[in-house]
Design a protein around this ligand. Structure first.
Ligand SMILES: Cc1cc2nc3c(=O)[nH]c(=O)nc-3n(C[C@H](O)[C@H](O)[C@H](O)COP(=O)(O)OP(=O)(O)OC[C@H]3O[C@@H](n4cnc5c(N)ncnc54)[C@H](O)[C@@H]3O)c2cc1C
Length: 466
């Protein structure tokens, strides 16, 4: 017989109650009964007396929140995901279109849950086994190509793919389960109290946990409460995205291509199922094009003199399948948390989508966070470990921040460089009457530089976080 201190799992004001464990007649197993004022009894099965499960609250059920919940569930934590609106997640998914998951993120997903990893591989469209790279927007000529396959194969990692965001959400939501995921639960506040964190929802409900993870995206409420409200930074670009039922003739050889131009770029990717996804970025002040109709005409004005591959994709896309949003990020911060609260994914480090690394980084965050928490609570948790769990959160932040900083800076640099992209010499019409593009000598230097450095950078991204 031993004594245990724990919390009940009801969602009202939980009060610590000292109870006595009753040893059951099962070998190696104990059962602790805990009563709370509401009358709820929670039983901790299979844990040693004095130990209980780590209680993790997650604000936000996007990619990061769901992957973390899945990993925490497998560790036996008592986890709750508080999501403000699951249908909005799907709506947003529609707006944002498919997502590319690099080998690094896929490997993490498989490590967290082999079955989920396999479902994602099956639902996705592998692009990493084809040619991918940067091309000139006007001529379509390759600028540099990336090899996503060799570094993945060398490390025995899954090959980069693209998956519909709604399919990804479905797989993760099903694996996490409805007992863990609370929909219509908008987090509006939290307070840190001795030995626990109290999270308040918009509807007045509150939850207690040992730790709170803010995975509530770029407009994170948790981040604002931690560090004060700060304006997001406009990237300088608005983004049109389109999904079209069109299979181009190069489908078997090219996975995705980024077409470059001065102050604008166009990303085209095979997303499987006979569809192509594209993103057209254009540098302009925020909210300057609030066009509801005729986005296609606007795009033709912007990209009409580009190569055939670009023009065809725009023409093949029905007007209602074109959406527009301004792109924001935030300055990187070195510390993501205070006390028993930390941030993850876009809440911690929102970045521009140029490298397709925001979602992948959120997934990598989950892995590191779970590794650090494992050191504290692998064999159960108890109240003497409260300081250790706080240190684990700080270690997680410290271990993730340098990699994320590089990705964040590279994403910003990529769009800034395009503001000066000038591959051709600008002759007055009288000198070059046929308007033939003549290459700027500097472009050869840039190309050689990219050719040398980019494969290393891609390999570093693919190999993932440690
Ligand atoms: C055009 C574009 C293309 C992109 N392409 C890629 C790509 O190819 N690959 C890639 O890796 N990344 C890509 N990204 C980035 C990627 O979408 C994000 O980095 C990723 O979605 C971040 O995941 P997250 O879980 O941190 O946040 P989110 O996906 O934003 O999820 C946050 C969740 O929190 C919920 N929430 C918000 N506030 C609250 C609250 N107060 N209470 C409760 N819940 C709340 C939201 O409803 C949402 O479900 C792209 C981004 C854009 C804009």
């Amino acid at each position: 017989m031993a004594s245990v201190q724990s919390f009940c799992s009801c969602n009202q004001s939980c009060i610590r109650i000292r109870r006595t464990c009753v040893r059951r007649d099962r070998i190696g197993s104990t059962r602790c009964s805990i009563k709370c004022p509401s009358g709820e009894v929670s039983n901790l099965d299979g844990e040693e007396c004095g130990k209980r499960r780590l209680r993790m609250l997650i604000a936000g059920g996007g990619i990061g929140g769901l992957v973390l919940a899945l990993a925490a569930k497998h560790r036996g934590y008592e986890v709750k995901v508080l999501e403000k609106d699951l249908s909005a997640v799907r709506g947003e998914g529609r707006h944002r279109g498919p997502i590319q998951l690099l080998s690094s993120a896929l490997a993490v997903l498989k490590a967290i849950d082999e079955n989920v990893g396999n479902q994602i591989m099956e639902a996705g469209c592998v692009t990493g086994n084809r040619t991918n790279g940067l091309a000139d927007g006007l001529t379509g000529e390759w600028f540099t190509k990336f090899d996503l396959l060799t570094p993945a194969s060398k490390k025995g990692l899954p090959v980069t793919l693209v998956i519909c965001r709604m399919a990804l959400q479905d797989i993760l939501v099903n694996a996490v389960g409805s007992d863990i995921l609370r929909n219509k639960s908008k987090v509006v506040d939290f307070t840190q109290e001795p030995g626990k964190v109290r999270v308040v929802l918009e509807n007045g409900q509150h939850y207690y946990g040992d730790i709170l993870i803010g995975a509530d995206g770029i407009w994170s409420e948790v981040r604002s409460k931690l560090f004060g409200k700060q304006e997001a930074k406009y990237s300088g670009y608005t983004c049109y995205s389109g999904l079209t039922n069109y299979v181009p003739p190069y489908i078997d050889t090219i996975g995705y291509r980024v077409f470059l131009g001065l102050n604008q770029y166009f990303v085209a990717s095979d997303v499987g199922h006979g569809k192509m996804q594209w993103y057209a970025f254009h540098g302009e002040p925020p909210s300057s094009t609030n066009i509801l109709d005729n986005k296609k005409k606007r795009l033709m004005d912007l990209f009409g003199n580009w190569c055939n591959e670009v023009i065809t994709l725009i023409s093949e896309t029905p007007e209602h399948m074109i959406l527009q949003r301004d792109i924001y990020d935030r300055d990187i911060i070195d510390t993501w948390g205070i006390g028993r609260v930390t941030l993850l994914g876009d809440a911690a480090h929102p970045m521009q989508p140029n490298l397709g690394q925001g979602g992948c980084s959120a997934i990598e965050d989950c892995y590191q966070l779970i590794l650090e928490l494992d050191k504290v609570s692998k064999h159960g948790f108890d109240d003497r470990k409260q300081d250790e769990v706080i240190s684990a959160l700080r270690r997680y932040e410290k271990k993730r921040v340098s990699r994320v900083k590089i990705l964040h800076a590279a994403s910003r640099m990529a769009s800034k460089m395009l503001a000066n992209y000038q591959p051709y010499i600008d002759f007055p019409l009288s000198v070059c009457s046929q308007n033939l593009p003549i290459k700027h000598p500097g472009i050869h230097v840039v190309r050689a530089l990219l050719h040398f450095t980019f494969p290393h950078f891609i390999t570093w991204m693919i190999e993932g976080h440690g």
